[in-house]
Design a protein around this ligand. Structure first.
Ligand code: ADP
Ligand code: MG
Length: 397
């Protein structure tokens, strides 16, 4: 069981360090999608309403342990300030003079955002002692720790893992919701349990496929990874994305699926084009007839229908990875068809993966139509792989 915020006891006047995931996309210093900031609000509101002094740690981008102005959390502090109705203050460093002064002046029910944790090389250090040192400096600031950055719970980092060993710790509301939804879908799924996998590379998702071959009733494969499966079946795939070095592994998966009675569906048709471009002319061909000079950029309509039928008769559906190059409207139909099937299904439906979630939002789907859209790409994949996540196990009692 994860420790809850309630288990920490009275919070009025207490300093609570919170790890949030504010790693939002920025374009010319402007936040283009504030979904992650919004997802963090329930926990922050709960803590401020309880009268805590809330000190938030977060990262942005990959500054690689150096202070870099373009990765400053200043725009995030501003947006956060606009989304909550309590004062949001900002420190210009993580544990230095600015942080110390701001914390000393922080009032009950107020929020302080510390500067990017990844400006400090100790945050992501592989050296346990270095991380412990940073966690020790941070722990001095607070009475409690609340872990709510689901996107980073698969990382053994100072602000995620080490800090939880130094302060009474609890899972925030977002982490709770993510874990409840993903474990409902992966540990004891209502059957039939169907998993739809896509995205660019098989090699990114080997662990997921291997684990699901022992759990799911059906595995539907689309996206760029499908062509390695088609090739393994003996078909020619032209210039489609192909990972030659995974052919043997994929053949092994196909045999294991058969042995375990897992239905493994690969595309029966595909949308091809002569080049990887938004305006490339699209043609639909059978999966065994991909021309040598073309590449597959989406699943075809027959495949989309087949996948939709399978989804419609499932009780649990997990989807990770777009069915095609959804960024180009001409090759987004397969992804849209799968999203539609999920949105119309009465099953418990979970979407994991950063691009899949972006695709669903970009195509204009109502998020309420899905049981859960995960905020963490890597973390949700590792849960699908059946891994124990360091940032989660450290919150268990
Ligand atoms: P997620 O983030 O949801 O886990 P991935 O990162 O694995 O998904 O993959 C997303 C990417 O896969 C998208 O950018 C999409 O354009 C690409 N993709 C999907 N199908 C194909 C294809 N047939 N050929 C090339 N790229 C593809
Ligand atoms: Mg991705």
């Amino acid at each position: 069981m994860l420790k809850t915020i309630e288990s920490l006891g009275e919070l009025r006047g207490k300093a609570v360090l919170v790890r949030s995931d504010f790693n939002v996309p920025l374009k010319d210093g402007v936040i283009t999608d504030d979904g992650r900031i919004r997802a963090a609000l329930p926990t922050l509101q709960k803590l401020t309403e309880a009268g805590a002094k809330v000190i938030v740690m977060a990262h942005l981008g990959r500054p690689k342990g150096e202070v870099k102005a373009e990765f400053s959390l200043a725009p995030v502090a501003k947006r956060l300030g606009a989304l909550v109705d309590v004062p949001v203050k900002r420190a210009s460093d993580l544990t230095g003079e600015s942080a110390q002064a701001e914390i000393a002046a922080l009032g009950a029910g107020e929020i302080l955002l510390l500067e990017n944790v990844r400006f400090d090389p100790r945050e992501t250090s592989k050296d346990d002692a270095a991380r412990a040192e940073l966690a020790g400096e941070l722990a001095k600031f607070a009475d409690f720790f609340v872990s709510d950055g689901f996107g980073v719970v698969h990382r053994k980092q100072a602000s995620v893992y080490d800090i939880a060993k130094r302060l009474p710790a609890a899972a925030g509301l977002l982490v709770m919701k993510e874990i409840e939804s993903l474990s409902r879908a992966t540990e004891n799924p209502e059957r039939p349990y169907t998993v739809v996998l896509g995205g660019s590379k098989v090699s990114d998702k080997l662990g997921v496929i291997a684990n699901l071959l022992g759990k799911a009733d059906a595995l539907l494969i689309g996206g760029g990874m499908a062509y390695t499966f088609l090739k393994a079946k003996g078909y020619e795939v032209g210039n489609s994305l192909l990972e030659e070095d995974q052919l043997e592994t994929v053949k092994g998966y196909m045999e294991e699926a058969q042995k375990n009675g897992v239905e493994l569906l690969v595309p029966v048709d595909t949308v091809v084009a002569p080049e990887f471009a938004a305006d490339a002319p699209a043609t639909i061909v059978a999966a065994d007839s991909i021309p040598a000079d073309q590449m597959g950029l989406d699943i075809g309509p027959k495949t989309a229908e087949l996948f939709a039928e399978k989804i419609a008769t499932s009780r649990t559906v997990v989807w990770n990875g777009p069915m095609g190059v959804f960024e180009f409207p001409a090759f987004a139909k397969g992804t849209e068809a799968v999203a539609t099937a999920l949105s119309e299904s009465a099953a418990f439906t979970v979407i994991g993966g950063g691009d899949s979630a972006a695709a669903v939002r970009g195509l204009g789907f109502d998020e309420e139509k899905f049981s859960h859209i995960s905020t963490g790409g890597g973390a949700s994949l590792e849960l699908l792989e059946g891994k124990v996540l360091p940032g989660i196990s450290v919150l268990e009692d």
